[in-house]
Design a binder for this molecule. Structure first.
Ligand SMILES: NC(=O)c1ccc[n+]([C@@H]2O[C@H](COP(=O)([O-])OP(=O)(O)OC[C@H]3O[C@@H](n4cnc5c(N)ncnc54)[C@H](O)[C@@H]3O)[C@@H](O)[C@H]2O)c1
Length: 308
C-alpha cells in the first residue's frame, strides 16, 4: 500500500521520504517503486528507532504511517512479533513526530479487523471487539495515535482498511492478502484451496484505498476521525475465487471445511458501511470488483517473477 501512495504523491509533486528496512516476510519490494525511485528519498531505517525517524521526518507536513505487519494468523503464532511491528512501530513514529514544529498530519493504516464479528451492517460507532491479536494491536496503536494527537501538535486520521487487493502486493505468503495469493496459484495453474467459501468479504481495489488516503491528507474534516475504508460490496470468497480462475484462464479450486485453528479469529461476513468515509473525505470507491481482478491478473501475468 505504501508504494502505491508513494507513486501517487510523486505524481502530485510531493517531496517523499520512504522509511522501510524491508523486513523479511512482509510485502516491501523495491520493484514497486521502480518508476519513481530517482524522485524519492529511500532509507532503510526502522521506524521503531524514533531518533532516526525524527531526523528523517521531523520537518514533514504529512506522514503516512503504513509500517506494520498485516497477518492475523502470524499475530496469533507470534504475538510479540505483532506487538513489535504494529505497536512499537507506531510509538516510534509518534515519538518521532511529537516534537515536530510543522503540526504534521499523520494518516494511520488501521484495519477492519479492529471490529470483530458483526451480524448487521455497522459503522464507526460500533464497539471494537477484535478476534485476533493483530486486531487488538492495530486498535491499540490507533488509540496511541489519538492520545498523542490530544497532547501534542499532531493531526491524526485513522483509516481502517478492509481487504485491499491489487498490483504490488506480496505473493509469497497465503496469510496476508488472500486474493493475491489465489491469483498467484491460478497463474501457476495450481489448485486454490478455499476454506468455507460462503463468508462474504469487502474487497477494495488498491487505487481506491490510495485515493482515500490522499483525501485524508487534505480534508480538514477528517482530522481526529476514524473511517472504515471499504467498498461497501459483499462478495463471497467462493465467487471471488471463481472469478479469479476465469480471469486467469488457469487453475482450479476445491472447497474445504474451515480449519479449527483459523476458525477462532474468522469473523464471518464483513458488513461495514463506508458512508462516513464518503461524507467526510468526499471519496467513493470507483473500481468495480471484476475490473480490479482483471487489472491485478494482468499486472502479475507480466510481473509475477518479481513477487515470488
Ligand atoms: N493490505 C491490506 O489489505 C490491509 C488491510 C488493512 C490494514 N492494512 C495495514 O496497512 C499497512 C500496510 O499494509 P501492506 O498490505 O502494504 O503491507 P506490506 O507487508 O506490503 O507492507 C508493510 C511494510 O511495512 C514495513 N515495516 C514494517 N515494520 C516496519 C518498521 N518498524 N519500520 C519501517 N518499516 C516497517 C515492511 O518492511 C513492509 O515493507 C499495514 O500496517 C497493514 O496492517 C493492510
Amino acid at each position: 500500500m505504501g508504494s502505491s501512495l508513494v507513486e501517487a504523491l510523486v505524481d502530485l509533486n510531493a517531496h517523499v521520504t520512504i522509511i522501510d528496512p524491508l523486513i523479511e516476510g512482509l510485502g516491501g519490494n523495491l520493484f514497486n517503486i521502480r518508476r519513481v525511485s530517482e524522485m524519492v528519498k529511500v532509507t532503510h531505517k526502522d521506524v521503531r528507532d524514533a531518533e532516526a525517524t525524527h531526523r528523517l521526518i521531523g520537518q514533514s507536513d504529512l506522514i503516512f504511517h503504513f509500517a506494520g505487519q498485516g497477518s492475523h494468523s502470524r499475530s496469533m503464532d507470534s504475538p510479540e512479533f505483532d506487538i513489535d511491528l504494529n505497536i512499537r512501530s507506531t510509538l516510534g513514529v509518534l515519538e518521532a513526530v511529537r516534537k515536530a514544529k510543522t503540526n504534521p498530519r499523520m494518516i494511520y493504516a488501521g484495519t477492519r479487523g479492529q471490529i470483530g464479528q458483526v451480524t448487521r451492517e455497522v459503522d464507526e460507532s460500533y464497539p471494537e471487539l477484535p478476534t485476533s491479536i493483530y486486531g487488538v494491536n492495530k486498535s491499540a496503536a490507533e488509540k496511541y495515535c489519538f492520545v498523542y494527537a490530544r497532547h501534542y501538535a499532531i493531526q491524526v486520521v485513522s483509516m481502517r482498511f478492509t481487504n485491499v487487493f491489487g498490483p504490488r502486493h506480496q505473493m509469497k505468503r497465503p496469510d496476508q492478502g488472500v486474493l493475491n495469493w489465489f491469483i498467484r496459484l491460478a497463474l501457476e495453474n495450481k489448485t486454490l484451496e478455499v476454506w468455507g467459501g460462503k463468508q462474504k468479504r469487502d474487497f477494495l481495489y488498491i487505487d481506491d484505498a490510495t485515493d482515500a488516503s490522499l483525501k485524508a491528507g487534505i480534508e480538514n474534516r477528517a482530522v481526529g476521525e476514524c473511517f472504515y475504508v471499504c467498498s461497501g460490496r459483499r462478495i463471497s470468497l467462493i465467487s471471488a475465487v471463481r472469478l479469479i480462475v476465469k480471469t486467469a484462464g488457469a487453475g482450479r479450486y476445491i472447497v474445504k471445511r474451515y480449519p479449527e485453528k483459523e476458525k477462532g479469529y474468522e469473523v464471518g461476513d464483513v458488513l461495514l458501511s463506508n458512508k462516513k468515509a464518503r461524507r467526510y473525505l468526499g471519496w467513493r470507491p470507483s473500481i468495480e470488483f471484476d475490473e480490479g481482478i482483471r487489472r491485478t491478473v494482468q499486472f502479475y501475468r507480466t510481473n509475477l517473477r518479481f513477487y515470488v
